[in-house]
Design a protein around this ligand. Structure first.
Ligand code: UP5
Ligand code: MG
Length: 190
C-alpha cells in the first residue's frame, strides 16, 4: 500500500452524466487509480457474501446502500492501491455518505469534480448503454434521478464552501468534455 498520503478526487454527477467515461480518460492520461463505488458494490453483489441480496434490492430501487458498506469497500480499495492519486467515482452520494467517509477513512478529498448534465441527456445515455445493469430501465432511472436531485446538492454545497468543487458542463461528446477536464489535471502539481 502507499506510504504517501493519497490525493483524492471525488467525481460526482447524475446517472449517465459521464463519470465513468471521464474517469477512464483521466486515469489513462494523468495516471490516476479509478475506484468506482458502483463497480465495487456490483462486484460485492455478484460474489457470495452476506450483503449481496440487500445491495441488489437497493440498487434495483435506485436507493443508497448503507454508508458503512460502501465506505469500507472504498477504504480497502484505497489501502490496497499502489497509486497515491485516486479518483473515487460516484461517491459520496449524500451528506451522510460524506460524513461516514470522513469519519472512517479520516481524510477529506483534495478536489471534487461535478459533471452537470441535463436530465433528458442522462436518461438517453443510460437507456442506450445496454450492458445489462439491473438499474438501467426507465423505472429505476427515474428513481435514481430523484435520489440524485434530493441528496447530491448538499454534498456539492459543502465542498463548494471549501473551494474544492470544479463544475463541468457535461453536454457534448466524451472527447469535448475531456478537453474541459484536462486543464484542471494538467495544472496540478502532485
Ligand atoms: N456516454 C458517456 N459520455 C457520453 C457523452 N459525452 N456523449 C454520449 N454518450 C456518453 O456514461 C453512461 C453512458 O453514456 C455510457 O454508455 C457511455 O458510453 C455514454 P457513464 O460514463 O457510464 O456515466 P456515469 O455517470 O458513470 O453513469 P452511471 O450510470 O454509472 O451513474 P450512476 O451514478 O447512476 O451509477 P453508479 O454505478 O455510480 O451507481 C449505481 C447505483 O449503485 C446507485 O444508483 C446506488 O443504488 C448504488 N450506489 C450506492 O448506493 N452508493 C454509492 O456510493 C455508489 C453507488
Ligand atoms: Mg458509472
Amino acid at each position: 500500500s502507499n506510504q504517501r498520503s493519497p490525493f483524492i478526487t471525488f467525481v460526482l454527477g447524475g446517472p449517465g452524466s459521464g463519470k465513468g467515461t471521464q474517469c477512464v480518460k483521466i486515469a489513462e492520461t494523468f495516471g490516476f487509480a479509478h475506484l468506482s463505488a458502483g463497480d465495487l458494490l456490483r462486484k460485492e453483489m455478484s460474489s457470495d457474501n452476506e450483503n449481496r441480496a440487500m445491495i441488489w434490492d437497493i440498487i434495483k430501487e435506485g436507493k443508497i446502500v448503507p454508508s458503512e458498506i460502501t465506505v469500507n469497500l472504498i477504504r480497502r480499495a484505497i489501502e490496497s492501491s499502489k497509486n497515491h492519486k485516486i479518483l473515487i467515482d460516484g461517491f459520496p452520494r449524500s451528506d451522510e455518505n460524506r460524513i461516514a467517509f470522513e469519519r472512517i477513512v479520516g481524510v477529506e478529498p483534495d478536489l471534487v469534480l461535478f459533471f452537470d448534465c441535463p436530465e433528458e441527456e442522462m436518461v438517453k445515455r443510460v437507456l442506450n448503454r445496454n450492458q445489462g445493469r439491473i438499474d438501467d430501465n426507465i423505472e429505476t432511472i427515474k428513481k435514481r434521478l430523484k435520489v440524485f436531485e434530493k441528496l447530491n446538492l448538499p454534498v456539492i454545497n459543502h465542498y463548494s464552501a471549501k473551494g474544492k468543487v470544479y463544475k463541468i458542463n457535461a453536454e457534448g461528446t466524451a472527447d469535448e468534455i475531456f478537453e474541459k477536464v484536462r486543464p484542471l489535471f494538467a495544472s496540478l502539481s502532485i
